[in-house]
Design a protein around this ligand. Structure first.
Ligand SMILES: C[S@@+](CC[C@H](N)C(=O)[O-])C[C@H]1O[C@@H](n2cnc3c(N)ncnc32)[C@H](O)[C@@H]1O
Length: 327
């Protein structure tokens, strides 16, 4: 089988300096901001798996139900015997395994290429997949999907099926979501397919509870970003002096996570040779989780150069996996 050429790249000094540069830039801005992609070190990966198992985090169950009940339809929509299955931000692949199992049962000729910024999660995923399905072609690639997408341009004429699950698209502002999707579209041909998971607007209480669980797992996940800066960049954030804060705006659909400084304080980041000042109750913007409705999705698809082929919903209509092709 021909497939996309992908290889595992080990963590490099370049990656560490990019991390430092991004943290320095984010903490020098007004308001302060930290990129959510840095949540995912080994501890962050584990905490995210705990989040996915929380009863309040409906997103995983809703998308799991869609893929489980509609996997045959997805294979029909692919409509090709041979294809490359490329996943952006694959994580632990829990839901994707439903598709992999079904595609293998149906004897589809495909190669799976999970892309993720976390080398740790990719190593776990690869060994898990090899144990379960030794016959599966699996070629992971570690890195930022913005950069790695460019490698996809080197590919050949096998149909590409690109997955972007888990409402990852919601981490982008509307403008960045469109630019990102246009970028993905640049590496797609007419016959290729894109499946994007969107979290839908719903009861605000349901949404807020998913990001503000009483057990404090989401708070620990967000605050781990400061711990990671302490570990990797020799910083002295005192975690007891910061708190997690979550908001949901039912008009715009924006769910936002903040880390708030509970006191006037200074934090030294040794590796950057810099000290940052935090006023009492100053907030760091750490993550956007944008909720959509169907007209917003259709508009986004159109303006990014796609058309919606089919929307696949769970029974409660909490979530949609939207299947697109290029216009
Ligand atoms: C919210 S998790 C979702 C995982 C999986 N798609 C799911 O639906 O369960 C996001 C995943 O995307 C990865 N990720 C986040 N930003 C990324 C980026 N810019 N490039 C590559 N991977 C990224 C994270 O490491 C993490 O594993």
């Amino acid at each position: 089988m021909k497939s996309v050429y992908l290889s595992m790249v080990s963590k490099t000094e370049e990656a560490t300096s990019t991390f430092g540069e991004d943290i320095s830039k984010g903490l020098s801005q007004q308001p302060k901001q930290l990129p959510s992609k840095y949540f995912y070190d080994a501890k962050g990966d584990q905490l995210f798996q705990d989040i996915m198992n929380m009863p309040e985090y409906y997103l995983t169950n809703a998308e799991y139900e869609i893929l489980d009940t509609q996997k045959s339809e997805i294979l029909e929509l692919i409509g090709a015997d041979t294809f490359d299955l490329i996943e952006l931000g694959a994580g632990d692949g829990t839901k994707t395994k439903l598709l992999l199992e079904h595609f293998l049962e149906e004897k589809a000729d495909f190669c799976y290429s999970p892309i993720d910024i976390s080398g740790n999660v990719l190593r776990q995923l690869k060994s898990d997949l090899q144990r379960r399905w030794p016959e599966l072609c699996c070629e992971p690639l570690q890195g930022d999907y913005f950069k790695i997408l460019e490698d996809l341009a080197l590919t050949h004429d096998v149909k590409k099926v690109i997955l972007f699950l888990g409402a990852n698209i919601g981490n982008f502002t509307r403008e960045r979501a469109q630019a990102f999707l246009e970028h993905v579209g640049d590496y797609m041909r007419q016959e290729d397919m894109l499946l994007v998971g969107f979290d839908l607007k719903k009861d605000p209480e349901v949404i807020l509870n998913a990001y503000n669980d009483p057990a404090g797992i989401t708070a620990a996940f967000n605050l781990n970003l400061l711990e990671r800066i302490n570990r990797e960049l020799d910083a002295d954030f005192d975690l007891d002096q910061f708190k997690h804060w979550e908001t949901y705006d039912p008009i715009t659909g924006a769910t936002r996570s903040f880390i708030v400084s509970m006191t006037d304080q200074e934090v030294r980041i040794g590796a950057l040779e810099k000290t940052f000042h935090f006023d009492a109750w100053e907030a760091i913007d750490v993550e956007l989780s944008q909720k959509y409705d169907v007209p917003m999705i259709e508009k986004l698809a159109r303006e990014a150069g796609f058309e919606v082929v089919k929307n696949l919903y769970d029974e409660k209509r909490y979530f949609v996996d939207s299947v697109w092709k290029k216009r």
